[in-house]
Design a protein around this ligand. Structure first.
Ligand SMILES: NC(=O)C1=CN([C@@H]2O[C@H](COP(=O)(O)OP(=O)(O)OC[C@H]3O[C@@H](n4cnc5c(N)ncnc54)[C@H](OP(=O)(O)O)[C@@H]3O)[C@@H](O)[C@H]2O)C=CC1
Ligand SMILES: O=C(CO)COP(=O)(O)O
Length: 346
């Protein structure tokens, strides 16, 4: 049994706390809102983020960061990407011993173009942790909290740290793989949210399964092109944190990114959509970051550029789809073939 502090009591922080509690760890779930800590501790509910789920007794919610970190063995960051630096700074003020450091956020920071693990390295002093571990993969909180079968990947430059995280979370309903390719794992997890917004828009416009399959596969192609330029292993994108997470996010109504896209496709403005969601839609900021990355690395990312026009330049989704469909003709494996080695079949 280990003492684990989970930072962020939204849907994913709460669902991961349940996985850890089922494994008999002592779980401290930190929230920045006192009334939410009271709801969890007194009613065993987190109604806004996980409806009708009973929170196990061995999860204790804290709104006092210092108390939640006392003697803890493991720290799991599960706040949205835009809150990572702020929360890391609070941790820096309160933590004075070394921990195993895991994060489960899926995003890229616009302008700095940093992945979440890079932001944590910038904010936290080195002596507070060993190597950072990323947890990612196809995993809706709603299904995880119902103990439905789920698989994820943990990734770290240090295999021992990844294996520690694997042992910490793995149970008969939550299967955890390791992968040393932290760049590929973080890029896949973050950029699938852009494609999920696109899939939602496509469904909102009334397009069918053909369009969605096209978005998923051509989305994977552009994510892979960028990821490989950034140093990722192309095979990672064929795994759980690549195609796996694309499938689950683009095809499920649990996905906030899909739902936000769906409302956009039906004619709502971005502001109206974000007002109604009440939960994080990571794909919006990540679209901006990926657009900037595609310019920096000179990678062709037509779907990301199309989404950027819809979100930030008020272009009509239908016009953007028409533009995507009438681009100059291409070879399906262009660019990818050189990345995978000069195979004669490509
Ligand atoms: N939900 C899911 O199924 C999955 C989510 N993820 C990823 O996990 C990350 C977290 O997402 P998720 O839990 O779903 O998000 P939610 O929107 O469900 O919850 C976000 C939580 O973070 C809190 N928060 C926001 N800003 C701050 C801050 N500055 N300081 C402290 N707490 C803050 C919110 O508090 P408040 O209530 O006050 O707003 C809320 O408790 C995202 O990167 C997401 O992509 C990954 C896999 C699955
Ligand atoms: O990352 C997720 C599932 O793997 C959750 O996706 P959403 O943030 O779109 O709900």
């Amino acid at each position: 049994m280990q003492k684990v502090t989970v930072l962020g009591a939204g849907s994913w922080g709460t669902a991961l706390s349940i996985v850890l509690a089922d494994h008999n760890h002592e779980v401290r779930l930190w929230t920045h809102r006192k009334e939410q800590a009271e709801e969890i501790n007194n009613k065993r509910q987190n109604e806004r983020y996980l409806k009708n789920i009973t929170i196990p007794e061995n999860i204790i919610a804290y709104d006092d960061m210092k108390a939640s970190l006392e003697d803890t063995d493991v720290l799991v960051f599960v706040v949205p990407t835009k809150a990572v630096r702020e929360v890391a700074n609070q941790v820096k003020e309160c933590l004075n011993h070394q921990v195993t450091l895991i994060h489960a956020a899926k995003g890229i920071e616009p302008d700095s173009l940093k992945r979440v693990s890079e932001m944590l390295v910038e904010e936290l002093p080195e002596h507070l942790y060993r190597d950072i571990v990323v947890l990612s993969g196809p995993s809706h909180a709603e299904e995880v909290s119902l103990r439905q079968p789920t698989t994820v990947t943990v990734s770290s430059k240090n295999i021992e740290e990844a294996e520690k995280a694997q042992d910490l979370f793995m149970n008969e309903k939550f299967r955890v793989y390791t992968n040393p390719d932290i760049v590929g794992v973080e890029i896949g997890g973050a950029l699938k949210n852009i494609i999920a917004l696109g899939a939602g828009i496509s469904d909102g416009l009334g397009y069918g399964d053909n369009a969605k399959a096209a978005l998923i596969t051509r989305g994977l192609a552009e994510i892979t092109r960028l990821g490989v330029k950034m140093g990722a292993n192309p095979l990672t994108f064929a795994g759980l944190t690549g195609i796996g997470d694309l499938i689950v996010t683009c095809t499920s109504q649990h996905s906030r990114n899909w739902r936000a896209g769906n409302m956009l496709g039906k004619g709502n403005s971005l502001n109206e959509v974000l007002d109604q969601m009440g939960m994080v839609v990571e794909g919006v900021r990540t679209t901006k970051a990926a657009y900037q990355l595609s310019l920096e690395y000179q990678v062709d990312m037509p779907i990301t550029h199309g989404l950027y026009k819809v979100l930030f330049e008020q272009k009509q989704p239908k016009d953007v789809v028409d533009q995507l469909m009438t681009r100059v003709k291409r070879h399906e494996m262009e660019d990818l073939s050189s990345m995978l080695g000069d195979s004669k079949t490509l």
